[in-house]
Design a binder for this molecule. Structure first.
Ligand SMILES: [Zn+2]
Length: 262
C-alpha cells in the first residue's frame, strides 16, 4: 500500500508546471514541518535599477509568495506575531520602506491578496537610506505609506534614525522608538510592531520595547523562530537577490540545521 501511494504522490508533484516542481521532494516534506517562517526583505526591483544588495527581483518575490501559498501557509503581519501561531504561518516583512518596495513589492502581494509589513525610519521618510552610503536608495513618503496601510498592510516602527540599538543605552533606545512612534501617529499611521535596525539589540532592549507599549519586536537571525523565543526579539531570515526556491529552502531549513549541529 505504501509504495504505490507514495509513487502517486511523486507523480502528482512532478506534473506541476512551474519551477517549484524542480525541488527535491524530501525538502518539500521537511518544509511541511516548519511552523512559522519570518522573512526579511528590503528593496524590490531589477538588478539594473536597485543592485543586488538587499534587493529581490519582483518575479522572485512572486515565486516565494506562491511557494508558501501552495503549501497552505497562512500569511500574517508582524503585529499578528504577538501569539505563537497554531497553524503553518509565514510573515513577509520589508525593512526601511523603500520606494521600490512600494512600487514593485506591494503589487506582488496585492495580486496574491496576502498582507505584508513595512518598517519605516521616521526621520528619513520621503528621503533616502543615507545609512547605506553610496548605495542609498529613495524611501517612500508618508502618502504612499498611508495608502498601503489603507490596503490592509502594516506600517511599523523602525526607529527615528536607523541606529544600532545594541550600541545605545536604555534611554537613547526609548527615544528612538518613541519619537518614531509619535511621528507615525501624527501622519495617520498606526504602528503596532517594531523592527530593530540591523537586528541589533542589547540586554535593555526588550524592557525598553515593552515599556514603549510594543508587544512584538523583530530582529534577525540565521534561523526561524522557535516557541522559546521572546516575542520582543523574533528572529527573521534576510533574503538575498539570488535566493531562488532551492536557496530559499536552504536558508530557512538546511542552514539552521547545519549551524545548530556544530
Ligand atoms: Zn533597516
Amino acid at each position: 500500500m505504501r509504495g504505490p501511494s507514495c509513487l502517486a504522490q511523486v507523480a502528482t508533484y512532478r506534473t506541476r508546471d512551474d519551477i517549484d516542481s524542480s525541488l527535491p521532494i524530501f525538502l518539500d516534506v521537511k518544509m511541511r514541518l516548519m511552523k512559522l517562517a519570518t522573512l526579511c526583505y528590503h528593496k524590490v526591483g531589477t538588478e539594473a535599477k536597485e543592485g543586488r544588495r538587499l534587493n529581490i527581483h519582483p518575479d522572485r518575490l512572486d515565486s516565494h509568495v506562491r511557494f508558501f501559498k501552495r503549501r497552505n501557509y497562512r500569511f500574517v503581519k508582524g503585529s499578528d506575531l504577538v501569539q505563537w501561531p497554531e497553524e503553518k504561518t509565514v510573515c513577509f516583512t520589508f525593512d526601511d520602506g523603500f520606494v521600490s518596495t512600494i512600487d514593485n513589492g506591494v503589487p506582488v502581494l496585492e495580486r496574491h491578496q496576502v498582507p505584508m509589513s513595512v518598517y519605516v525610519v521616521s526621520g528619513f521618510v520621503g528621503k533616502a537610506s543615507e545609512w547605506e552610503g553610496e548605495l542609498a536608495r529613495p524611501l517612500a513618503g508618508w502618502d504612499s505609506l498611508r495608502k498601503i496601510q489603507e490596503l490592509g498592510h502594516e506600517v511599523g516602527n523602525h526607529t527615528v534614525s536607523h541606529l544600532r540599538l545594541g550600541d545605545l543605552d536604555g534611554s537613547e533606545q526609548r527615544k528612538q522608538i518613541r519619537e518614531c512612534h509619535e511621528a507615525m501617529l501624527a501622519e495617520g499611521l498606526h504602528p503596532v510592531s517594531f523592527c530593530y535596525p540591523y537586528g541589533s539589540l542589547n540586554a535593555e532592549s526588550d524592557q525598553v520595547l515593552q515599556s514603549s507599549d510594543y508587544q512584538v519586536g523583530l530582529a534577525l537571525g540565521k534561523r526561524l523562530p522557535q516557541t522559546s523565543d521572546s516575542q520582543l526579539a523574533i528572529p527573521r531570515i534576510v533574503i538575498a537577490y539570488g535566493d531562488a526556491l532551492p536557496l530559499l529552502i536552504y536558508r530557512l531549513w538546511i542552514r539552521p540545521k547545519l549551524l545548530s549541529s556544530k
